[in-house]
Ligand binder design. Sequence first.
Ligand code: SAH
Length: 551
Amino acid sequence: MSLNVRHIDTLIVGQGLAGSLLAWQLMRQGQRIVVVADECAPSASRVAAGIFNPVTGQRLVLQHDAEQIIPTARQCYRQLEAELGQRFFHAKTMLRVFKHARQAETFVQRQHDAVYTTYLGAAIDGLETLHAPYGLGEQQQTGYLDTNALLDALRGYLMDRDSYIAARVEYHNLTCQTDAVRWRHLHARRIIFCQGFMDKANPYFDFLPFQPAKGEILTLDIATRLPDCIINAGKWLLPLANGQYKAGATYSHDLSSLQPTTEAKDEIMQALQQTLEQSPAMTVIAQQAGIRPNTLDKHPFVGFHPEQSVIGIFNGFGSKGSMLIPYYAQAFCRHICNATAIPAEADISRIKTAKNTKQTKKPRVALTQRVHQHLQAYLQANHLSIDATAGNGHDTLFLAHHASGNEQVIAFDIQPQAIENTRSRLREAGLCDRVKLVCDGHQTMQDHIPAAWRRKVNLIMFNLGYLPQANKRVITRTSTTLQALDAAIELLALHGRISILAYPGHAGGDEETRAVHTWLASLSSDCFEVVRHESPDATTTAPQWMEVIRQ
Ligand code: SAH
C-alpha cells in the first residue's frame, strides 16, 4: 500500500477550463499537481463557444473589475499560446444589434463614459446583411477562446508531466485529514473541486447556492457573406476560422435532460432568421448541450471548506469562464501559495449557512453534523451499520436514513430511556423497521450481531460520554469502550469504518480519550488506516473525532 504512495501538493478534480487553468497556474508556481478527470462526465467547457465579452446584458454593463480581469485573461492566453505553440484566443469585434431605441441611447451614453472607452467602438446605423432597425454598436476587447483546442493541449501538457489521471473521484474514496487528503496512491496537501454544475451534488459543498442553467449551441454552414464579427442580437452568431459558424445560446433551468432538444434548435434558428436579412440557406452541422455552473449571486465560488481546510472549490463561472477564470485562478493560486486574500466577491466565506451560524454557538452539534456530512458521502444503501451509543438517536436516525432494508442498522444503549428516545425518533421518520434496538452494553456487541455480519459491517459509530439532558453519571467507561472497540474491529468489512467521537472535557472522559488514542496506536498500520480529524477549536477539552478504516 505505502510502496507507491505519491506525494503531491494539489489534487484537482475536473479538467474543464477552471481545473485546467488552475492547474497551470499552480504548476507555474512549482507545485506538484495531479488533475483527475472523469472523461465521461458532461463538460460545459467542451460545449461552450468561449465568447469573451466584457460589456453584457440589456443595459450594456461593464464586467466588475474589468480593468484587471481582461488584461489578465489576455496575458494568460498569450502565455499559453507561446508555451504550447498554438493559437487559442481569437480577437474579434462584436456587433451589438440594438433591441430597442433605449439600448441605442444607453450605448451612446456609455461611449462618453471614460470607463467604457476601451470597450466600445462606433455606433452604426445599419448594415446590408443584418436586420437592425435600432442600429448597431461595435464592442471591442471581445473575441472567443477555442476552448476545446486549449483543453486538449493542456491535457497533453499534464500527461507529459505525469499529472493527469482519467478517472472518477468517488467521494467515499477520499480520506481527509487535518493537513492532507488521500485518494488512491496520492497523498495531497489539498484537493480542489472544479466539476462545474456537478459540484452542486458534492457533499462537501452542497451549501453553496448553485443555479445551473442549460444552454444549447449549433454549428452551422451559412450560404452568404456576413461581417467577420461576432453578431450579438440577444442570440449570438460567431464566425469560426474554418468558415463555419456557431450560434447560441438557449438558457433554461430545466435540467431534466442534458441532451440537445429540437425546441432549442428551433429557438436559435428562428432568432437567426430574424437577425439575418435575405434569408440565407443555413445547414445545421452539429448541436450540443451543456450546463453552465451559474450561481445565485452571479459570482464564482472560490475557497476552502469552512471546517475542512484541505478541501477547496474553484467553480461557478457561469457563462463567463473564458474571461473570468484566468484572473480568479491567479488570485486563488496566490492565496494558496502566499496566503493572500481571495477576492471578496468570489470567496465562499460570503455564503452564510445555517451550519456556520450554529457552529459558533454549539460546537458539539456542529461536530456531529460534520461527521454526518463526511460519512454520508461514503454510506451506500446496502451497507450494514451499528450505532454503539444510541443516546438520543441522532446517529441511529442518520444511519437508518441511508439504509434500505429491514434491520440493516443495529443500535445499542444501556439506558432504557435512550432506547425509547431513539425509537420515537425513528417512528416519527417511519424508519423503525430498518433498525434493531438493543438495550445492552456495546461491549456485548458480538452476542447481538448476526454471525453473517462478521467482517461485513461498513460503519460503526461511537459517540462517547454522557447523554445530554440526562443523568450525567451514566457515561461510557474506558474498559467497556475498549472491549467494544475490539469487538467492532472484528466486524469491520474491507474499507469499513469506525467513527469515534470522544469528549476529554468531563471527568473520566480525558482518561477514556487517552485510552482510545493508545488503542488506535496499537492497530496494525498494514490493515488499518487511522484518521484524526481536525478539531474546530483546538483546546484540550474540545471533542475529538477519529476514524479507523480497514484497508
Ligand atoms: N456525548 C454525546 C452523547 C453521548 S451519548 C453528546 O454530547 O452528544 C452516550 C450514550 O452512551 C449514552 O446514551 C449512554 O447511555 C450510552 N452508554 C454508556 N455506556 C454504554 C455502553 N457500555 N454501551 C452502550 N451504550 C452506553
